[in-house]
Design a protein around this ligand. Structure first.
Ligand code: JHZ
Length: 413
C-alpha cells in the first residue's frame, strides 16, 4: 500500500486549475499519537498545503494519505466531548421529526462511537453505523449500537439495502471532508436511499474557517473545506439536489446540509438565504485567500509571543484538548515541551500517549485541576463556551486560558 498519493484534479469538478494559497509545511498526521516507547522513531510527515479550484471554488488538499493509515486505528471518540451529546440529541430529533418516523432505517457513515446512533435508536429509528475504526466500532457494538466495521462504499450500501431495505436517511457528520472519492459516496447514496430518502451531513464551513482564521482545522484528514456552491455542484452532477441547510456553531462553525433525489424536495428559504450570503462573502475572490494566509502568519506570531512572554516570566503552561487541530497548531507554531508541560484530555484512548511531532505528554484532564498551571492553552477552543465556566475556581485563583485564534488572547475574570 502506498502511504499517499498526490492529486492534480479538483475532487468536485475534475478541473486541473488548482490555485495553492497556504502552505503549513510538512507535518505528522494530526491523530497519529505516539507511544512513549516509540518517541525516538522518526514519524511519517506529509506536506500540508491547500489549494482552491478556480472553476468550482472547492478548497482542498491535494496530498491524500491512505485512509487505512488515517482511520483504522483512530483515537478521536466523539462521546469524550460532553457538548457533542446535546448537539447530536437535537440533531436526531430533527431527523426523526422531519424525515425518519419510528421504524425507519437510518445509516450513518463514519458513526464513530455511536454518539448519534444512540439518540436515533432511542427515538425508534433502526440505526446502523458504518465505521472503519476498529476500536470505536467494537465499543459501539458492545453498547448495542449496531455498527459495521468498514469504510463506506457503494458495495457496502448495496449490501445494507439487500439486508435491511432502503434507508429513509443516510447521515454523515464530519466525515465527508475525510473522503477523497466523493463520487463513490454519491453512488452509495443512490444505492441505499429510498426514493424520498434524505442525505444529511455536517461539515465544517469554509466561511467560518476563513473568518475566524481556523487554520488549525487544516490537517491531512480534512481533504475538503466545504462551502455551499461547490457542494451544490457535487449533488447536481449526480441527480441529487441540496434542499436545506443550517449554519450550526459546532466545531467552530459548520453547515448541516440536506439533499434528496432531484425533484423530491423544495429548496428552503434558509438555503436560498445562505447561498446569497455566501455569494456576497468573497469566498470566490482570490484576495480573500491571500488575506487569509497573511492572517495565519500573524496568528502564529501572536501565539508565539504570548507563550514566549509567559516563559520569560517563569510561568507554567499546560494545554487542554489533545485535538487534531491542536497538532496542526503546535507543529506549525513550533510549540513543544519547552513551553507546554502536558495536554489534558478526557479521551482514555489518548491518555498516556504523546502528541504527534511535538511529543507533549497527554494526561487525563483532571490533572489540570490538581496542578493549577498559570496558563492553559485551549487547543479545544471550539468548546470554550462549555469549558471556561467549568474552570471558574481556577480562574478565580488567578489562572488564565490562552485562546489561540484568530489572534491569541487571554481569558480570565
Ligand atoms: P475536537 C475532530 O477534530 C475530529 P478535533 C475529526 N477529525 C473532525 O473532523 C473534526 O473534529 C471536525 C477533549 N476534550 O472535537 C476531547 C476535553 O479533554 O475539538 C477531544 O479529544 N475536555 C473527526 O480532534 C478533544 O478535547 C473537554 O471538556 O480537532 C476535542 O476534540 C472537551 C469538551 C473536550 O476536535
Amino acid at each position: 500500500m502506498t502511504d499517499h498519493v498526490v492529486r492534480s484534479t479538483c475532487r468536485i469538478c475534475g478541473s486541473v486549475r488548482l490555485d495553492p494559497f497556504l502552505d503549513l509545511g510538512s507535518t505528522p498526521l494530526a491523530n497519529a499519537l505516539v507511544h512513549p516507547d516509540r518517541s525516538a522513531t522518526p514519524e511519517a510527515r506529509f506536506p500540508l498545503a491547500t489549494a482552491r479550484c478556480l472553476d468550482c471554488g472547492q478548497v482542498q488538499l491535494t496530498v491524500v494519505v491512505a485512509p487505512e493509515i488515517l482511520f483504522r486505528d483512530y483515537r478521536y471518540a466523539s462521546s469524550a466531548s460532553a457538548p457533542l451529546l446535546p448537539h447530536f440529541d437535537e440533531y436526531a430529533s430533527e431527523l426523526v421529526v422531519r424525515f425518519t418516523p419510528p421504524g425507519s432505517l437510518v445509516v450513518e457513515i463514519g458513526s464513530n462511537d455511536g454518539v448519534l446512533l444512540r439518540p436515533l435508536s432511542e427515538r425508534g429509528a433502526v440505526a446502523i453505523g458504518v465505521e472503519p475504526a476498529t476500536d470505536l466500532a467494537a465499543s459501539a457494538n458492545a453498547r448495542g449500537l449496531r455498527t459495521v466495521n468498514e469504510f463506506f462504499s457503494a458495495d457496502v450500501a448495496r449490501r445494507l439495502r439487500s439486508e435491511h431495505g432502503p434507508a429513509k436517511a443516510v447521515v454523515a457528520n464530519n466525515v465527508l471532508a475525510h473522503i477523497d472519492d466523493l463520487g463513490e459516496v454519491i453512488r452509495g447514496l443512490d444505492a441505499l436511499l429510498d426514493d424520498d430518502g434524505v442525505f444529511a451531513a455536517e461539515v465544517p464551513y469554509l466561511g467560518d474557517l476563513l473568518d475566524h482564521v481556523e487554520y488549525d482545522t487544516i490537517y491531512h484528514e480534512h481533504l475538503s473545506y466545504f462551502a455551499l456552491a461547490p457542494l451544490s455542484r457535487l449533488f447536481d452532477s449526480a441527480g441529487m439536489r441540496l434542499f436545506d441547510v443550517h449554519r450550526v456553531p459546532i466545531h467552530g462553525g459548520s453547515l448541516r446540509i440536506f439533499a434528496g433525489r432531484k425533484g423530491r424536495y423544495r429548496s428552503t428559504v434558509e438555503l436560498e438565504r445562505t447561498r446569497r450570503d455566501e455569494e456576497r462573502s468573497g469566498l470566490g475572490d482570490a484576495g480573500t485567500y491571500r488575506i487569509f494566509a497573511e492572517r495565519v502568519a500573524e496568528s502564529r506570531t501572536a501565539l508565539r509571543d504570548v507563550i514566549a512572554r509567559a516563559k520569560t516570566h517563569g510561568k507554567h503552561v499546560a494545554a487542554l484538548g489533545a485535538t487534531a487541530k491542536g497538532n496542526t497548531l503546535l507543529n506549525y507554531c513550533g510549540i513543544g515541551t519547552d513551553s507546554i508541560d502536558y495536554i489534558g484530555d478526557t479521551t482514555s484512548l489518548k491518555q498516556g500517549l504523546l502528541s504527534p511531532g511535538m511529543h507533549i505528554p497527554i494526561v487525563p484532564e483532571g490533572r489540570l485541576d490538581q496542578d493549577h498551571p498559570d496558563l492553559i492553552l485551549l487547543l479545544a477552543w471550539n468548546y470554550a463556551d462549555a469549558i471556561v465556566p467549568r474552570y471558574r475556581d481556577y480562574l478565580k485563583a488567578g489562572g488564565r486560558f490562552i485562546h489561540p485564534i484568530p489572534l491569541a488572547r487571554l481569558i480570565g475574570p
